[in-house]
Design a protein around this ligand. Sequence first.
Ligand SMILES: Nc1ncnc2c1ncn2[C@@H]1O[C@H](COP(=O)(O)OP(=O)(O)OP(=O)(O)O)[C@@H](O)[C@H]1O
Length: 312
Amino acid sequence: MLQVNNLTFQYKKQPILKAISFSVKTGEHFSIIGESGSGKSTLLKLLYGTYDLNEGHIFWNDTEILGPKHNLIVGPKYMKYVAQEFDLMPFITVAENIGAYLSNFYPEEKQARIEELLDVIELRPYANIKVKELSGGQKQRVAIARAIAKQPEVLLLDEPFSHIDNFKKQSLRRSLFKYLKDKNITCIVATHDKDDVLSFSDHMMVLHDAKIMAKGTPQELYKSPKNELIASFFDEFNNIENYGMVYANQLKVVENSNLKAIVKSSYYKGNYYLIEAELDGETVLLEHKEHLKKGLLICLSVLKQPKTPFQS
Ligand SMILES: Nc1ncnc2c1ncn2[C@@H]1O[C@H](COP(=O)(O)OP(=O)(O)OP(=O)(O)O)[C@@H](O)[C@H]1O
């Protein structure tokens, strides 16, 4: 288990992270989300032992993870960290980069392992291409494969698919996260992408103002977002009187109701349209299966229980 107790850190005067405590069980997939600059990358770097903490402790099982004051080489052996700037060897091939830290003692096993990893990152046809000839997204995939080559106990991923196109992203994400679960590798992901979180994370945490704003399972945070920042991570939402935060997919067009709105715009989204409408002088967003004409009067129904008087 990874245990973070009361971690506080500042690069200069301003604290970046204050009194952060959380734990991640072995084999769990844990996501860290938060706005740009909220300290996600910094936290991953601290978990890797890149800097000394100002206060607090980090443990992996019974071993404390300590910073450079205590270690000549940053990064414990059982942990791998894939940073946003992946640091590969450009003049050797994809296969050689992936195998860089694997022992040459058993060449057949090494080859088999490289091939297994090439499949995980879906880059088998590029095995013999030099890394300098790859695109940014392909390099990112090689960096991930190299990090898992020696089967770490803990993998830290910073925006792991940020350079990868939408054509590949979905299948690669499933393939990598399934591989990590199968191997019981604890995985901590800093991300801006709800698709990295919703289907894969066991738990997640939101960083804001140097603190933990919320923690829970993706289902808990999605179903009852504590505030607008959290709701906006997951989806388009509205703030509707008596109901609070209502996702666009919880607002439906019905034959008749007291909620009457005028359509302003329809945005094609593939299997639905995102409709922008005006309700009591406020803009609301809803999902609808068809395009609706600008100026159309529609009646809306909220697929959510109204708030009780005690809810905020
Ligand atoms: N090496 C550094 N020296 C000084 N300040 C830094 C350093 N690295 C990051 N910061 C500052 O720390 C804060 C948190 O940065 P960090 O990169 O951890 O945020 P983040 O949540 O990962 O952002 P993003 O989502 O944009 O990657 C920012 O205000 C940033 O300017």
